[in-house]
Design a protein around this ligand. Sequence first.
Ligand SMILES: NC(=O)c1ccc[n+]([C@@H]2O[C@H](COP(=O)([O-])OP(=O)(O)OC[C@H]3O[C@@H](n4cnc5c(N)ncnc54)[C@H](OP(=O)(O)O)[C@@H]3O)[C@@H](O)[C@H]2O)c1
Length: 273
Amino acid sequence: MEALKTQGIDLPRLGFGTFRMPGGGCQPVVESALELGYRHIDTAEMYQNEEAVGAAITASGLARKQLHLTTKVWHENLAQDALRRALDASLAKLGVDYVDLYMVHWPSRDMDLGAVMETMQGFLQSGTVRSIGVCNFNVTMLRKAIEEVGAPIACHQIEYHAFLDQSKMLNYLREKGIPLVAYAPLAQGRAASDPVLQAIGTKHGATAAQVALAWLLEQDGVAVIPKAQRRESQKSNLDALAVKLDDEDRHAIAALPKNHRFVTPPFAPEWDA
Ligand SMILES: NC(=O)c1ccc[n+]([C@@H]2O[C@H](COP(=O)([O-])OP(=O)(O)OC[C@H]3O[C@@H](n4cnc5c(N)ncnc54)[C@H](OP(=O)(O)O)[C@@H]3O)[C@@H](O)[C@H]2O)c1
């Protein structure tokens, strides 16, 4: 599968999300995804499934190097000692010596960004983390991390789908050569029942969900991490790599409302800053 090269890692453009699958039930789901060919797994300490993800990786028999593994530190654990403990706990639960990408899951209002990034860079030196990234930053925060602190941000993970405009963020990231990892790429499943995407799908012998993923995948520097518990959906999402859109499709998708943000916890930053 095509991968995005960034800060020494190769990030497969279509990964597998694992949010809302806490506990052991996540293991067979991730085993199925690995068997179908996914080689990029996205988890987080907050998802409470790192043990299950680790067990699935072991059960798959894949060599560790064949797989890209992302995990994330929760926003309450950004002080230096807490961050170190969080990484150690994630590695132990996952049963691995290193993760390919370690991300700040959400910014926190009282974090010391310079100290957070310095601690994360220390992980790079120790070899427990191959690259570092952030999620849910606004452009002002990203600019600070990259231009003031000088952190080697490998990618930025944010909500992005056919119903949410992220052009300002994409412009900034492209200027810096940093990939955007689109979370909730199916608008948490809503894309599957959208009539415009369905009509485009019918034209290409594809599903609406595949059209939603194909639209993201054709954009420069964008990776996607759809989550699917059902094996048919896991397979169908992988097959979205082969779906090609035309200009008429792009115009129709561009005309969809682009102001629907579905992930808005109370601790979210001011998005437009
Ligand atoms: N960094 C962050 O703050 C953050 C926030 C949110 C998410 N994420 C990451 O991004 C991943 C993806 O986001 P998400 O899970 O919120 O939403 P999503 O991937 O947009 O949507 C998942 C939903 O879509 C359904 N679905 C999947 N494939 C489908 C298909 N082919 N046809 C119809 N329905 C389909 C799934 O159903 P079933 O599962 O029932 O099959 C599930 O209900 C997460 O799992 C997580 O790893 C990160």
